[in-house]
Design a binder for this molecule. Structure first.
Ligand code: CO
Length: 669
């Protein structure tokens, strides 16, 4: 196969006499969505996009990605910004370039499938507010989850971009599932659905350059719509992969302005513009204009966000992604999860179990939310399986997946695992084979009724329908019914300046340390804590001088004598969500032993929050029957009764946070 790229012109000044390329590579800019989502946890504010928006509108981008993905969630939850308002505001500053959004198909911009009426209203409103390109994906590549939103996109006369989530089971493209035929057949399905363009979405940066080349060559031959590549830099391969995809004839690629590029973000636009200069695929972009935009970013915007950079490692690539072919974000979640459970030593077992769990669950792609579903189940298996019994603790989301609520998996789910997962499943033990949203009741009228006192229009209703708890809170901030917390307010350049001045003084030795006070004699309330700050170890001693400990919540932990060595660990204090101000983080929880008296305690196997209690005191239960639902790492775990008997005590309520090894209830035979 030959490459379709050639240098046409070497003698030119790129400011003038630059011939237009025969087939310029089109570029979508991701700076204002995936860029800050990848680097700064989606905390970019609209006011920090305005200073560059007009200039970015002049570059000639195919589209500006400005919305979707996590923006809707982060804006209303953390930034006190109306997500709809961002589209309308940016549109005023950048009216020429189409706006693109990332749409999670029937999940819209949330984490579960919404009913059809919500999906229809959401797409209609996104289009009406100014969205032009709807980049649509489904975590399972099950295009039945596209049906409702695509109808809406077409009805609004907007651009439907269909995505194929790029996934693999081996270190290179191929194998039984995610091979060339898989991608070609998915692309043909999207073409048949009326896709205006087709995107291969390599969300984890797994695509190797020499897989990109045959992939895009084959897709180019198989389908007519323009082809688009979305890749992340995470593993370090993306710029090479882009170039090979361009050689193979890809039409559009995704980049960021350089201050928002690389690390877990995307390749930068500037090196690509120069790499293609004078070729038949020259972008035609003015490098001086790009430099001007970068200067604004560096001077006026980036300083406000630097502190949010996820790590300060020297390396800007994540080599683990190359080793395990698994998204970087998923790997760091696994490590955090194991750390919370004091089981970091089991990481190698987790790496070994991960491909087995994924295979059992139908070799699904690993992208939000399937990466969390597979990851958490893997950790559960490694920590809780005993002897020959596998899948001892199955999360609610794995049960939903086995039921068919997310859609059809790439290969069938292991029937043994499926049967076990669906035993006693409330929707039924027989999995569905229909389009998942068909089993969902309409939700919009109910949401309208529930929020009618707060919502002023349909856009408000949708914020609530998608995010009932945080959405309602946001609407109260929006209409001045509740004060906006300080952490939701923007950071200004003055804040940054003040910090930098302080830092400069400290470096110059001009900060004078406060005169030390004499150390008072410590009383019996003295507690010793080991504290790690950025990897540095401190021993901190804290004394409560206000008399007896003021504990605003009652929670008991396992008695030392009756528990195994692991269970004997005193639980760390967990602040009560209801009264955070009263619960000092340095106080230990009440350690009064629960009166187990002949009963058997149900112990929290991991830290988390109680989200459901199926039984009450006095109820009889059979061994293995669900008593409580514990949410950990966004996944729900049904905790079964350890013995048959009567529940003599339940120690917690819904919404309570628990530490590992807390006694949740006692069952007497
Ligand atoms: Co992305």
């Amino acid at each position: 196969m030959s490459s379709d790229i050639s240098v046409e012109n070497t003698k030119m000044d790129y400011n003038k006499d630059r011939p237009k390329a025969k087939n310029p590579v089109k570029v979508m800019d991701l700076t204002l969505r995936d860029g800050h989502q990848s680097l700064f946890a989606t905390r970019g504010r609209t006011e920090d996009m305005i200073p560059v928006a007009e200039l970015m509108d002049e570059v000639g981008f195919w589209a500006l990605e400005t919305w979707g993905g996590a923006t809707f969630d982060a804006m209303h939850r953390f930034l006190n910004e109306d997500p709809w308002e961002r589209i309308r505001t940016l549109k005023k500053y950048a009216p020429k370039t189409p706006f693109s959004m990332l749409l999670r198909a029937q999940n819209l911009v949330g984490y579960r499938n919404y009913a059809d009426d919500v999906a229809e209203a959401f797409v209609e409103r996104a289009a009406a507010n100014g969205m032009d390109v709807f980049r649509t994906f489904d975590a399972l590549n099950d295009y039945r989850n596209f049906e409702t939103v695509v109808k809406g996109i077409k009805k609004a006369g907007k651009h439907f971009q269909g995505c194929i989530c790029y996934s693999m089971t081996e270190p290179r493209m191929g194998g039984d599932v995610y091979n060339l035929d898989y991608y070609v057949s998915k692309a043909k399905k999207l073409e048949a659905m009326g896709a205006d363009s087709i995107c291969v979405k390599d969300m984890a940066g797994l695509m190797a350059p020499y897989d990109a080349f045959p992939l895009f060559k084959a897709l180019k031959q198989a389908v007519k719509p323009p082809l688009h590549l979305h890749s992340h830099f995470t593993s370090g391969m993306a710029p090479m992969t882009h170039l090979k995809a361009i050689e193979a004839g890809v039409d559009i690629v995704d980049t960021c302005m350089s201050p928002y590029a690389y690390r877990t973000s995307h390749p930068a636009v500037e090196p690509m513009v120069m790499a293609l200069l004078g070729t038949n695929r020259d972008t035609g972009f003015d490098i001086n204009l790009l430099a001007k935009i970068n200067e604004i970013f560096e001077k006026e915007i980036v300083p406000k966000y630097r502190h949010l950079l996820a790590d300060n490692k020297m390396s800007i690539i994540d080599i683990n992604v190359l080793l395990h072919q698994t998204p970087g974000g998923m790997l760091s979640n696994l490590v955090n999860q194991l750390r919370e459970m004091d089981a970091l030593d089991k990481i190698d077992k987790v790496y070994a179990e991960l491909p087995r769990v994924r295979k059992d669950l139908g070799q699904i792609p690993l992208v939000t939310p399937t990466s969390q579903i597979v990851g958490t189940q893997t950790v559960n298996n490694v920590l809780f399986d005993e002897g020959d019994e596998r899948y001892k603790m199955i999360t609610g989301q794995v049960k939903d997946l086995c039921y068919g609520l997310y859609g059809k998996t790439a290969v069938p789910i292991n029937p043994e695992v499926q049967q076990k997962a669906l035993k006693g499943y409330p929707r039924g033990e027989e999995p569905i084979t229909c389009r998942p949203a068909e089993v969902l009741e309409p939700e919009l009228d109910k949401a309208k009724e529930e929020i009618k006192d707060l919502a002023k229009d349909i856009d408000d209703v949708l914020i609530y329908a998608l995010y009932p708890v945080t959405g309602k809170k946001f609407l109260k901030w929006k209409y001045g019914l509740e004060p906006v917390p300080p952490e939701a307010k923007p950071r200004t350049m003055d804040d940054v300046k003040a910090e930098q001045e302080l830092l400069a003084m400290a470096k110059a030795g001009k900060l004078v340390a406060k005169k030390e006070k004499p150390v008072p004699v410590m009383g019996e309330n003295l507690r010793k804590f080991n504290v790690l700050v950025d990897g540095e170890y401190f021993e901190v001693e804290v004394e409560d001088t206000g008399g007896p400990p003021n504990i605003s919540y009652a929670r008991e932990t396992a008695p030392r004598q009756s528990a195994s060595p692991r269970q004997a660990r005193v639980s760390p204090p967990v602040p009560s969500p209801a009264k955070p101000a009263e619960t000092s983080a340095v106080k230990e929880p009440a350690k009064a032993a629960v009166d187990v008296s002949g009963g058997t305690p149900l112990i929290a196997p991991m830290p988390g929050m109680i989200v459901g209690i199926d039984k009450k005191e006095g109820d009889t239960v059979n061994e293995g029957e669900t008593v409580l639902i514990l949410e950990a790492m966004k996944m729900e775990n049904a905790l079964p009764a350890p013995i048959s008997g009567t529940i003599t005590k339940i120690n917690l309520g819904v919404g309570d946070h628990v530490a590992k090894n807390d006694i949740l209830c006692v069952i007497s035979p």
